[in-house]
Design a protein around this ligand. Structure first.
Ligand code: GTP
Ligand code: MG
Length: 246
C-alpha cells in the first residue's frame, strides 16, 4: 500500500509537510487556544473528500470531537466557498462527540471497523489530551494516564497503517519551567505523545491576524516554518506584509 498525501489547498502548508499530510502516520498540530488547530481539522475533513486530481483522497472523514468545538455551519461555509456541494460534504464527515477518556478510547477501539466500512481516509481526534488531562490530576496518577494514552495512540497508528489513512491529533501547549532560553511553551503530554506522533507542527498566532506553522519534530521534514491565514474558505496562504508596503 503506497503512501498517499492529502492537500491543504495551501501551497505553504503543503510544502511545509512535504507535499501534504501523509497517510500511515499521525500528524499532531500543537498550539495555544485560537491558533487554528480545529480550523485545520475541519478544513482537511472537507479536502479529504476531493478527487485525487484536486489533492483529496476520495474518502470520508471520521471526526472525534472531545471539546465540542466542531461546527457544522463552519464546514458548510468552507465547502460553499470552495464551490462544493456543502450538504454532500457534511454527509461525508462522520461526527463523534466523546465525553470522557473511557468514551474516547472505546470510540477508537471501534473505529477500525467504521473506517473500513465507510472508506474513511482521515481520522481526526480534536483534541487528544483534554479528557486525560482533566481526569488524571496529581503525580500519583500520571503513570496510569500515560499508559492508557500510549495504548490509545498505538491503536490510532495501527488504523492509519492498516487502512492507509491519515490521522490528525491536536494538542495544547504548556509552560516549560526548564526553558531558560528559547520557547517557554512546549506540547503537553510528555514523551509518550512526542514519540507517538510522526510529525509535530506548532501553530502560533502572529501579527496582522496571520498564523505561523512550524515543524518541531519529524523523522525527515526540515525544521522550517511558514505563514497561513484563516479565511472563509478555511486556511489559505499568507505572507507577512513588510513595513515598506504599509
Ligand atoms: P483551541 O481549541 O481553543 O485550543 O483553539 P484552536 O487552535 O482549535 O483554534 P481554532 O481552530 O478554533 O481557531 C479559532 C480562530 O479561527 C478564531 O479566533 C478566528 O480567528 C478564526 N476563525 C474561526 N472561524 C472563522 C471564520 O469563519 N472565518 C474566519 N476568517 N476566521 C475564523
Ligand atoms: Mg480547537
Amino acid at each position: 500500500m503506497s503512501l498517499q498525501r492529502l492537500s491543504f489547498a495551501s501551497t505553504n502548508l503543503d510544502k511545509l509537510l512535504g507535499n501534504g499530510l501523509e497517510t500511515q502516520a499521525i500528524t499532531e498540530f500543537v498550539g495555544e487556544f485560537g491558533a487554528g488547530k480545529s480550523q485545520i481539522c475541519m478544513k482537511l475533513s472537507v479536502n479529504v473528500q476531493l478527487p485525487a486530481k484536486d489533492g483529496g483522497l476520495e474518502g470520508k472523514a471520521l471526526f472525534i470531537d472531545t471539546e465540542g468545538t466542531f461546527a457544522a455551519q463552519r464546514v458548510y461555509q468552507m465547502a460553499q466557498a470552495m464551490g462544493l456541494d456543502a450538504e454532500k460534504i457534511l454527509d461525508g464527515i462522520i461526527y463523534s462527540r466523546v465525553y470522557n477518556s473511557d468514551h474516547q478510547i472505546l470510540t477508537v477501539d471501534h473505529a477500525f471497523k467504521i473506517c473500513q466500512e465507510e472508506n474513511i481516509k482521515l481520522l481526526v481526534v480534536d483534541s487528544i489530551l483534554s479528557h486525560f488531562r482533566g481526569e488524571y490530576i496529581g503525580r500519583e496518577s500520571l503513570s496510569e494516564r500515560q499508559q492508557r494514552l500510549n495504548s490509545h495512540l498505538h491503536k490510532l497508528l495501527r488504523i492509519a497503517q492498516a487502512l492507509n489513512l491519515a490521522v490528525i491529533i491536536t494538542n495544547q501547549v504548556q509552560a516549560n519551567p526548564q526553558a531558560f532560553f528559547g520557547d517557554p511553551m512546549r506540547p503537553a503530554g510528555g514523551n509518550i505523545l512526542a514519540h507517538a506522533s510522526t510529525h509535530r507542527v506548532m501553530l502560533k498566532k502572529a501579527s496582522q491576524g496571520l498564523r505561523v506553522a512550524k515543524i518541531i519534530d519529524s523523522p525527515y521534514l526540515p525544521e522550517s516554518e511558514t505563514y497561513f491565514q484563516i479565511t472563509t474558505k478555511g486556511v489559505e496562504d499568507a505572507a507577512p506584509k513588510s513595513r515598506r508596503d504599509e
